[in-house]
Design a protein around this ligand. Structure first.
Ligand code: APR
Ligand code: PHB
Length: 392
């Protein structure tokens, strides 16, 4: 088989890149290790920056988003019994839209199927070869038979655990990373959200947040230890934790049936390059953020917007945008990394620190930082600008 762009991984990054290429008439094939059902079933992020919404809209993929997306003009920051609103519309004239990654993936896949795109699910042992030469090949196994796909370019949108980053020539990549001594326990609950805008709360017990998926489904998170098991968190214990950490006098957190619960570790990771020869990385394959700034999905979309355009420009005879893709995407990504780390450290409690005085000092400093951020229009505008999204 022969194509122009072999895309490895059918997450949001791979599916979106397929739409950018397909719209311009560029042939592509998407190879995905998991089943279609598995790809559609993964519950993940939920906040789209304005720039992400614009791209999805420009590709005509916005019908579901328009119908079911919830536009938000700000967030609440809560600490020490106070809830302060950060008004993005007023501060920077921008908004974000709550629309589950799962819904976006469903919409993009449905449109691919309508267009007749080639997406091969359940592809085993996908492996790029010869990407540093002129004729890359991706080999894979489907129904027990080994195949080869010849392509002009190979794009790894295969997530953090994917094969493409590992396929870079030995010794050419460095990793910059840190893990955090906490994780997020996330739930979906059948209950209308108890809040208008998202609530991010710092509490002595740890971070909590209130997000949503629709007018009838709430998404909530609790900071837990990195090694905790979901089996130790009964529904009652989860609601107790949420009530304590999000509680505010005069406000009620409504409870409902929990339909999904899981624990996700938190990590910051950036690879030193997103390009080697004719192989390119985009999305989680190249970088991971802790979820506090809601940047994982948006970073994947930002990469793909840059890479998609660069691939089209290359076909039109201009190699420069593709040659500078890695540098441009990583320069933006490091700003996003810094913001995500800052939001994370602002709102989480380092229970693991054995030094009680250092712990208390850190917590009081976080409260001081929250007082400053919510009290200074300049500081709030900085937060709003980054949360609503840097330019693509
Ligand atoms: N071969 C083929 N497919 C693979 C391989 C492989 N060796 N390894 C991984 N994949 C697939 C995964 O099954 C998954 O469907 O690549 C896809 C990667 O998708 P994501 O992990 O969703 O990554 P990405 O598209 O970059 O989206 C980033 O996902 O993790 C969230 O918070 C993150 O919202 C962000 C978004
Ligand atoms: C979510 O709705 O899943 C969500 C919202 C904001 C975040 C992270 C996750 O920062």
């Amino acid at each position: 088989m022969q194509t122009s762009v072999a895309i490895i991984g059918a997450g949001p990054a791979g599916l979106l890149l397929g739409h950018i290429l397909g719209r311009a008439g560029v042939p592509f094939v998407i190879l995905e290790r998991s089943s279609r059902e598995h790809v559609l079933g993964r519950i993940r992020a939920g906040v789209l920056e304005q720039g992400s919404v614009d791209i999805v809209t420009s590709l005509g993929l916005d019908a579901g988003l328009r119908e079911r997306g919830l536009e938000h003009g700000g967030i609440h920051l809560q600490y020490e019994g106070q809830r302060r609103h950060v008004d993005f519309r007023d501060l920077v004239g921008r908004t974000v839209t709550i629309y589950g990654q799962q819904a976006l993936v469903t919409d993009m896949l449905a449109e691919h199927e309508r267009l007749g795109s080639t997406i091969l699910f359940d592809a085993d042992d996908v492996a790029p070869h010869g990407t540093d030469g002129p004729d890359p090949i991706v080999s894979y196994t489907l129904d027990g038979t080994r195949h080869e796909l010849h392509a002009d370019f190979v794009v790894g949108t295969d997530g953090y655990h994917g094969i493409c980053r590992q396929s870079f020539p030995t010794g050419t990549l460095e990793s910059y990373e840190r893990s955090y001594p906490f994780a997020w326990l996330g739930i979906l609950a059948d209950v209308p959200p108890s809040t208008d805008d998202l609530i991010y709360a710092l509490h002595p017990d740890g971070f909590a947040m209130h997000s949503m998926r629709s007018r009838t489904v709430s998404r909530l998170y609790l900071q837990v230890g990195p090694d905790e098991s979901i089996d130790d968190w009964s529904d009652e214990r989860i609601w107790d934790g949420l009530q304590t950490r999000l509680g505010l006098s005069g406000w009620t957190l409504e409870e409902g049936r929990i339909t999904e619960k899981s624990i996700t570790p938190m990590r910051s990771f950036v690879t030193s390059s997103l390009a080697s020869g004719r192989l390119f990385l985009a999305g989680d394959a190249g970088h991971i953020v802790p979820p506090t700034g809601a940047k994982g999905l948006n970073s994947a979309i930002a990469d793909v917007a840059l890479l998609g355009r660069a691939l089209l420009e290359q076909r039109a005879g201009d190699d420069a945008p593709l040659a500078s893709y890695s540098d441009r995407a990583l320069a933006r990504q490091w700003q996003v990394q810094q913001f995500s780390q800052w939001m994370t450290e602002l709102l989480h409690v380092h229970h693991e620190d054995p030094d009680a005085s250092a712990r208390a000092f850190r917590y009081r400093s976080q409260v001081g930082q929250l007082e400053y951020v919510t009290g200074s229009r300049n500081a709030m505008a900085g937060l709003a600008e980054q949360y609503a999204g840097l330019p693509f």
